[in-house]
Structures are given as C-alpha cells and as structure tokens.
Design a protein around this ligand. Structure first.
Ligand code: CO
Length: 134
C-alpha cells in the first residue's frame, strides 16, 4: 500500500463541476476518459501525490447515476494504490472483507481496479487500484 491514488467525486455535469477546481483552485485536468466498465466519464486532476477524480455518469444505470439519485453530488469513493491487486484482493477476502469485485476489472488510465463494499469499510466505498502512474 503506497498512497491514496485518488478521491472520486460524483457530479451531474463534468464541465460545470470542473470550473471551481480549475479556475478556482488552479488545478489542471491531466486525463479524461470514458470508462465503459463503470459507465462514467472521468476527469483526473492531480493534487500532489494524489488526484481528484470527477465522475459523471454516461448512462442511467451507471453506479454513479444511482449514487447521484440517492445521495446527490459528493465524495463517492477513496482509491488506494496497491502494487499487486490480485494479492490485495486475496488479503481482503482472507480478512473477511466483503468485496463488490472479486476479480480486478479495467479502470481509468489503463489501471486494474476492484471495489470493496462500504458495509465492510466503515461506510466508505474503497477502490483498490494497480498500475496508476501518477
Ligand atoms: Co476511482
């Protein structure tokens, strides 16, 4: 475990949500991508060693669309960088942590990711991410 890779924030409209981060805070968007496996459009803004990840749903059945419907815009998940996601998954399962993903799946920027269930993580959706170059 090296660091917090990013903090995911669910938004209705990426362009609108970006303005205060870019114009207000002076952050820069270094990466944009549509992640089909999660039905989201993401924008990554580095903040030191970590990133803010803004997420807009690309479909009504996206997990982000459901989150927005239930809770409104806000912090959606915290992503932790791991060296070996298979090993990290095995360790989580051995520790009895309930996982949403039992197999890694493709994330943004060519990474592999897996989500742990908030019920096991103090109410926080935790993402494990391998292969981030930030
Ligand atoms: Co993420």
């Amino acid at each position: 475990m090296r660091r917090i890779d990013h903090i995911g924030i669910a938004v209705h409209d990426l362009e609108e949500a970006l303005a205060p981060y870019v114009e207000g805070l002076g952050l820069e968007v270094t990466h944009r991508e549509v992640v089909d496996s999660q039905k989201v459009m993401v924008a990554m803004l580095p903040v030191g060693e970590t990133n803010i990840e803004l997420l807009e749903p690309t479909s009504g059945d996206s997990p982000i669309a459901k989150f927005l419907e239930l809770r409104g815009p806000g912090i959606h998940h915290i992503a932790l960088a791991v060296h070996d996601i298979e090993a990290a998954l095995a360790r989580m399962e051995a520790a009895g942590v309930r996982m949403i993903d039992t197999e890694p799946r493709p994330g943004a920027g060519g990474t592999m990711v897996a989500f742990a269930h908030p019920k096991s993580m103090g109410g926080v959706l935790v993402e494990l991410v391998e292969g981030s170059h930030h």
